[in-house]
Design a protein around this ligand. Structure first.
Ligand code: PSU
Ligand code: MN
Length: 304
């Protein structure tokens, strides 16, 4: 049911990219361009991109540019719980970080780049909404580069849950957790790394110890420090309109893109691409310095 492209299968360094942000994180028509730009950045930094999504009854790892265009707002948002139904029902499925990690686990891919990971929603337990990204990080031996946790969530609570799950969170050249659109103002990170090489070494050590997922949190290249009041407006509006569950994140992102005059959109685009690039640098270093030659290909490798 999982089909891995030949290029990805033969590559030594691979970075997975998700499709939810392509389909639901950007205005119509813009997501595929962000996906293509992320792929370019991954190649530039030395790894092969593996964009993941569900198409024509298969879970696809590695997409052509035409296939990337099929992930628009009509696609299902596919977390780990949704993969099987989406594939069996032959729907187009845009995988979240959690859904993408679940595929990485089967395929043996150990690096992923995204914008911001999901987490504990503000006001928990009303509603009791905790992103499946967290559970998959606990289960999957993969390093995820993000601009931290999406700040529309309860960021300190999410950091606590990641601690509970044993998921390291590494600040990339920062002592505090980036807040997605903003580089500053977040809680302290449990550990800091100052180079891609250092991140690769921590990941390798974590995996040697039998650990699973890790998060590398990279501050956005441009920092917006006045988004919080807009986030509060967006969440209040979502509540009024009865927007719940999987629909909350796309609703809030769209609201912010409109109300910030496109500034959050520009930063979101930029940080997604930057994170793909850093994931690729780390993946390339890990492939170079990993435990000697591994002739087995992606798809045949057992979990580390
Ligand atoms: N990063 C972005 N935009 C997004 C997302 C990440 O810049 O839309 C997506 C990711 O796919 C992440 C999802 O897994 O948001 C989290 O959604 P939820 O809170 O419903 O679990
Ligand atoms: Mn959620």
């Amino acid at each position: 049911m999982i089909r891995i492209s030949d290029e990805v299968r033969e590559a030594t360094a691979v970075v997975a990219l998700e499709t939810t942000l392509i389909a639901h994180g950007f205005p119509r028509g813009e997501g595929a361009a962000v996906g293509a730009e992320s792929e370019r950045r991954v190649r530039e930094a030395g790894a092969v991109p593996a964009t993941i999504g569900v198409l024509d009854g298969e879970i696809r790892v590695g997409l052509t540019p035409d296939e990337l265009e099929r992930f628009d707002e009509r696609a299902r948002k596919v977390g780990p719980r949704d993969l099987a139904a989406c594939a069996a029902q032959r729907a187009v499925g845009a995988t979240t970080v959690g859904g993408t990690l679940a595929v990485c686990r089967s395929a043996g891919i150990r690096f992923l780049g995204t914008g911001g990971i999901g987490g504990v929603h503000r006001g928990y337990p009303h509603p009791p909404d905790v992103s499946a990204d967290l559970g998959e990080l606990a289960r999957t031996p993969a390093l995820v580069v993000s601009a931290g946790i999406k700040s529309l969530l309860d960021v300190p609570a999410t950091l606590e849950v990641l601690e509970t799950l044993g998921v390291p969170v590494l600040g990339y050249r920062t002592d505090t957790l980036p807040l997605f659109y903003s580089a500053s103002g977040g809680p302290p990170v449990p550990a800091r790394v100052d180079s891609a090489d250092e991140a690769a070494r921590v990941a390798r050590a974590h995996w040697e110890l039998g650990g699973r997922g890790l998060v590398v949190a990279q501050p956005p290249p441009t920092s917006l420090d006045d988004v919080e009041p807009l986030i509060e407006d967006a969440l209040a509006d979502a509540e009024r309109q009865g927007v719940r569950g999987q629909a909350v994140t796309p609703f809030v992102l769209t609201f912010l893109h409109g109300r910030s005059g496109g500034r959050t959109l520009a930063v979101n685009r930029e940080l997604v691409v930057a994170n793909a690039g850093l994931a690729s640098e780390i993946a390339a270093l890990e492939a170079r310095d990993g435990d000697g030659p591994d002739d087995r290909q992606i798809g045949e490798r057992p979990e580390p």
